[in-house]
Ligand binder design. Structure first.
Ligand SMILES: C[S@@+](CC[C@H](N)C(=O)[O-])C[C@H]1O[C@@H](n2cnc3c(N)ncnc32)[C@H](O)[C@@H]1O
Length: 222
């Protein structure tokens, strides 16, 4: 059912709707409040995000975090529980409302927003931008623009944390989602992000398939 609605599965392919907005809208609408019908909704923070937050607990209090494509909010809540000041956004209003309902006492500021049209006041505003599984859901055409948008939200010296499924450059893939190749990191570096750590995590090590967890810093002059 969801596949039949996906522009990536139809004639014209991803260029017909590279951000797949109508598809995301349909997923949340058809779920009718049942998280079991949202393919990525585990109702828990991603284990790679959670482990990173736990390892950086001392730096979290007061840290201004932006969670991109927040879905039902579990990752945003994980940063907030560690003391960060979190803004989380998703371009589907239903996802944002759902996250707010799930966490009525939340400290997170949830807003509807589009990565490709970020509010001016977010520019150079965040110490940490986190994204989990949103880049891999976009047509490859949009990846450079998506990285640029995330970088634009970083304060000088701010950090970008990416969690995504991984693949080799030449590996054949079916998607969506489209596991990301190592050239993603070259693109990030071309855009003025400095790679601090790129972890290639094999299947079985707390994730069912191979993943990246990568941390970048915005260069002072970028
Ligand atoms: C695969 S889901 C992952 C959700 C969440 N990050 C998680 O790990 O559970 C991708 C999310 O990104 C949102 N999204 C996709 N493109 C977006 C865009 N251009 N701007 C904001 N949100 C977007 C979708 O609506 C969806 O909720």
């Amino acid at each position: 059912m969801l596949d039949a609605l996906d522009p990536a599965m139809q004639s014209g392919g991803p260029p017909a709707d590279p951000a797949r907005r109508a598809w995301f809208e349909a997923v949340y609408a058809l779920a009718s409040g049942d998280p079991a019908r949202v393919p990525w909704a585990n109702l828990a923070p991603h284990p790679l995000t959670q482990a990173w937050v736990a390892a950086h607990a001392k730096e979290s209090p007061g840290c201004k975090v932006l969670d991109v494509g927040c879905g039902l909010g579990d990752n945003a809540e994980c940063f907030a529980a560690a003391g960060a000041c979190v803004t989380a956004f998703d371009f589907i209003g239903e996802a944002v409302e759902w996250a707010k309902q799930r966490f009525p006492a939340t400290q997170v500021t949830y807003v509807q927003g589009d990565l490709f049209a970020l509010p001016e006041e977010w520019r150079h505003n965040f110490d940490l931008v986190h994204e989990c599984y949103t880049l891999q859901a976009l047509s490859a055409l949009l990846i450079p623009q998506a990285l640029a948008a995330m970088k634009s939200a970083l304060a000088p010296g701010g950090h970008l944390l990416l969690v995504a499924r991984a693949r080799d450059e030449t590996e054949e893939i079916k998607g969506p989602p489209w596991p990301l190749p190592p050239s993603l990191f070259e693109e990030a570096m071309r855009q003025g992000l400095v790679a601090l750590s790129i972890k290639d995590i094999p299947a079985g090590e707390c994730v069912a398939s191979r993943h990246w967890r990568a941390l970048f810093r915005r260069a002072e002059d970028a």
